[in-house]
Design a binder for this molecule. Structure first.
Ligand SMILES: CC(C)(COP(=O)(O)OP(=O)(O)OC[C@H]1O[C@@H](n2cnc3c(N)ncnc32)[C@H](O)[C@@H]1OP(=O)(O)O)[C@@H](O)C(=O)NCCC(=O)NCCS
Length: 134
């Protein structure tokens, strides 16, 4: 499977709205809301199968000390095939984000997935310190 990953390029908001419908915590978001969210997000990342948006994630950060990861979602038809791993690899090797001191995320049930990338569960959510694997 040939998935292309991109950072921050113009995005059809309606495609993202459809992807969000697959995630319980993002279902029902409006196109206006998503457009506003993207405009105020520091970094967002996409995965594409040709013209089809199949993965998305975004990061809020000061670019040096702290970053939080939000809205990681892979199209259900593409899950379990390495797309989420590919997307996380692009995010964590990004020239700015790879040098941020601490990364946070919150998840109810996907801890095992994030542990693969060096995130450790703590009382504050999952945290990844600079220099953690991979
Ligand atoms: C969680 C999610 C992003 C993972 O993406 P994915 O493309 O299915 O994951 P990958 O195929 O890249 O999996 C990479 C590895 O993580 C493992 N993994 C994936 N999801 C997992 C889970 N929920 N629990 C444990 N391990 C998981 C895979 O088994 C795989 O390991 P392997 O290579 O040894 O087989 C995707 O399932 C998804 O979008 N879920 C719905 C939205 C969601 O809940 N997002 C997370 C919000 S915190």
């Amino acid at each position: 499977m040939d998935i292309t990953y991109r950072e921050g390029e113009p995005l059809d908001v309606d495609q993202l709205r459809r992807l969000y419908e697959q995630a319980p915590w993002a279902r029902g978001r409006s196109t206006d809301g998503i457009a506003r969210m993207l405009a105020n997000t520091d970094y967002y990342f996409t995965g594409w199968d040709g013209p089809r948006l199949v993965a998305f994630a975004r990061v809020l950060t000061d670019g040096i000390y702290r970053a939080t990861l939000w809205d990681v979602v892979v199209d259900a038809a593409y899950q379990g095939r390495g797309v989420g791993e590919g997307l996380m690899g692009v995010i964590l090797s990004h020239p700015v984000l790879s040098r941020v001191e601490k990364f946070w995320l919150n998840t109810r049930d996907k801890q095992k997935f994030y542990e693969r990338f060096g995130f450790v569960s703590s009382s504050q959510g999952m945290v990844r310190e600079l220099g953690a694997c991979p």
